[in-house]
Structures are given as C-alpha cells and as structure tokens.
Design a protein around this ligand. Structure first.
Ligand code: ADP
Ligand code: FDM
Ligand code: MG
Length: 219
C-alpha cells in the first residue's frame, strides 16, 4: 500500500458497550492493516499501564472508590498523556486504532448523572478521530458473553443507560464535526461477519480519505 508515503495515518476509534466485540475487532483490524502493508498501532483506553491507568484499573475492578468527577478527569488525563504520541504517530504515517476514546468517557460518566457541561470540556482539543465506528449489540446479547459482570459498569441496567448516552454523544459528534465522523456498525453475527462490515468502512479512510491535518476534538 502507498498509505505510508502518501501522507499521515488515519485515526480510527472503536466505541460500543462492554462485550460488543471491540477488542476482538481492533486486534484483527491492526493485523489486517499490517498484512496489507500499512503501519498501524493499537491504542487502548483506558491505557492501564501508566500511573494514572493503574488508578483507573483499581477503580474498574472495585478495588478503589473514587468521586464520579475525579474518575472522569482521570480517564481524560489518561487520554492526554497519550495524545502527543498519537499525533506523532499519525504524522509519521501510522494508522492509530483506538479501543474506546473520549466518547466512552462522556457516555459512562453522564450515565452516572454528570452533566455534558462537565463531561465534554476535559477532552477538548484532543486528536479528533477521522472516524468512530460505534458497534451496536443489544445489552441482553452482550451480557451472555464470557466475563460480563466482572468489572464495574457491567450490568444490563448500567449498559442500557450508557447506550442512551452514546446516542447523545453521537449527536454531539455529528453536530460539531459532521455526520461522517460517526458510523454505526451492527456487531451482531459472527466475528468474521462483523469484521467484513468494518473493513468495508475502514478501507476508504485508510486509503487516502483523511484531511491533511488532524483536527481537534470539540473545537
Ligand atoms: P469488548 O472489547 O467490546 O468488551 P470483546 O472483543 O472482548 O468485547 O468480546 C467479548 C467476548 O465476546 C469475548 O469472549 C469474545 O471472544 C466474544 N466475541 C467477540 N465477538 C464476537 C462475535 N461476533 N460473536 C460471538 N462472540 C464474540
Ligand atoms: N470507561 C472507559 C469510562 O468510564 N470512561 C472512559 O473514559 C473510558 C475510556 O472503562 F466500562 C469505562 C468503560 C468500561 C471500562 O473497559 C473499560 P475495557 O474492557 O477496558 O474497554
Ligand atoms: Mg474490550
């Protein structure tokens, strides 16, 4: 592929409820891009390897309690500590595939009752994803999958509230950045079926369909 010589990499974000298949699909997509000759890197959010990430990990495993506002800001801080590396990689022609991003931050915190006026500002001016693929799966199906319920937030009631907030987040992205920045993808069916839907959408983005410069979220 010529993508690594024809400009910057694409910034592609995957979002969706817990257990909808994000981590499975991002891993397969990074492999596929590399096989096709692209430079690609997977970036998980939260990045649990950093000092902030370890605090987040303890919170998600219910080993630590935290004020809702404080943990929201830690999730955002965890993105900021990765932001420069994402921009650098994109500039170097690396396609960055993120497993969750700021949109999870807003959806989960607002599902707990925090207002959008509090939730959006901390992520302002983070690298703007070229496209966000929002994988959809009924919470009743997701909850049947292995390991559901292990971490905080993994209840059908919370997931249903988060799904409603993701709808509002989608509207915000489309309003501020255009309809094309947020695409819903059905996560129902086999891993291979979901994968081919995703490849169909990602193809034009990685093969030249991005703006010259990386934008800024909410700006
Ligand atoms: P997420 O990262 O969105 O929480 P995962 O990719 O970890 O989801 O998938 C959750 C579980 O469901 C894993 O056990 C995974 O193997 C399984 N899984 C993923 N995609 C599918 C699919 N299309 N059909 C059935 N099971 C799936
Ligand atoms: N989560 C994730 C948030 O609450 N805020 C955020 O900003 C982000 C990125 O953390 F329950 C939640 C969403 C999910 C958990 O789980 C992360 P995975 O399995 O690592 O994606
Ligand atoms: Mg995952």
């Amino acid at each position: 592929s010529s993508s690594s010589t024809s400009g910057r990499g694409a910034f592609i974000v995957f979002e969706g409820l817990d257990r909808c298949g994000k981590s499975t699909q991002v891993a397969r997509l990074v492999d596929k891009l590399e096989r096709d000759g692209h430079k690609a890197r997977l970036q998980k959010f939260p990045d649990r390897t950093t000092a902030i990430g370890k605090m987040i990990d303890a919170y998600l495993q219910s080993k630590a309690e935290m004020d809702d506002h404080a943990i929201h800001l830690l999730f955002a801080a965890n993105r900021w500590e990765c932001a420069a590396a994402i921009r650098r990689d994109l500039d170097d022609g690396v396609t960055v595939i993120a497993d969750r991003y700021a949109f999870s931050g807003i959806a989960f915190s607002s599902a707990k009752g925090l207002p959008f006026t509090f939730c959006l500002p901390p992520d302002t001016a983070l690298p703007l994803p070229d496209i966000t693929l929002y994988l959809t799966l009924p919470p009743s199906v997701a909850s049947q999958r292995s390991a559901f319920g292990v971490e905080r937030y993994e209840t059908v009631a919370i997931q249903t509230a988060v799904r409603e907030q993701f709808g509002l987040v989608a509207n915000e992205v489309k309003k501020r950045h255009g309809d094309g920045r947020w695409v819903e993808v059905s996560a129902e069916g086999s891993i291979e079926e979901v994968e081919s839907r995703i490849w169909g959408l990602v193809d034009s983005v990685v093969n030249g369909g991005v703006d010259g410069t990386v934008g800024e979220l909410w700006v």
